[in-house]
Design a protein around this ligand. Sequence first.
Ligand SMILES: [Zn+2]
Length: 398
Amino acid sequence: MGIDPALLERRLDELYVIGAEPDGGAYRPLYGPAWATAVERVERWLKDAGLRTRRDAVGNLWGRAEGTDGGKSIVTGSHIDTVRHGGRLDGALGIVAGLTAVESLLKAKGKPRRTLEVVAICEEEGSRFATNFWGSRAITGTIDSADPEIAAAMRERGLDPARIATAARDDIDTFVELHIEQGAVLESSGTPLAVVSAIVGTAQLEVTVSGQPDHAGTTPMDLRRDALAGAAAMLHAIESIAKSLGKPAVATVGKLAVEPDQINVVPGMVVFTIDLRHSDLGGRRALEERIRSLCTTISQERRLGIAIRTLQEKPPVAMHPDVRALLARAAKECGVQATEMVSGAGHDAQILAARCKVGMLFVPSIGGRSHCPEEATSPKHLELGTRVLTKSLEMLAY
Ligand SMILES: [Zn+2]
């Protein structure tokens, strides 16, 4: 099955220009003007490809080719929104590749047996409102209501917040998405393609370490209760624990605040965050338990107070075994041995998994860069990913 790589690149370029920021990258926040322009552009492409288009109550855009057998749909696509200074491929690739794949299938093979749909999901990034997965949550019928700010933004785009529940779908059989890896695993191992096995579970903790703020000149070392020195020992321990548990366990301390934050005062209090991820719930819990216990021990040894609070917890989500196997077969038929890997980032598939079979393909990110203007994938990998996506849609729908 041939796809046109030049067309693929051209469409990605066209989308990337929409919402271009003067200091680099593109920004298409949910319901903003750039977002609306991008949705219109994709709608035109879908129509040109011979698909029947429709927008649901939250602004997800659907393009549909009716199957001769009827029944539940085979869906492909990704999200159309971006982070600030976003790159050319995150989300955009899944939409452009999906529509290019379906277009070439319709051209070469005519009407599908199963209904085929391409979706541009309205929002995934949570970069304008705290709405993460707004589009896929609407599809799974798990949004209760829109807060006033989001409701106002919806109305500005002619969408009625009272109708959100109507966006729910229970007639999707399978959802497959092509996405960039957004990390450096594939590139560093020289692997051109991966089938995602699971999307990691995340726990985010906040640790408060309390000591005593004392004079930096008059307090001897043995009499100090230095919260920052204690926190530093904890940070070191957190890194060692994640390393000793091995892949795919990861732990990150990304925020740290010191009080009183003075050059000549022994730090009295430190608050830092820990982001913990693992593809397996047991693995993630083991990571968290060891970190909690070691931080507590360090605080006791140093006569410091400690409080650990869970900010957020999300379980890992496995991709459907049938879809994983099918994607691996499709890759093989395209002459490539795909590896399996765990996604360290969140994706719409983890939400949609509650309602349908899901699967994802990853292509390498150059230098592992993503969510920045440097985000890139070599044209040959973009073409390969799109060819394998096309093959898998053919296997599912024809
Ligand atoms: Zn994405």
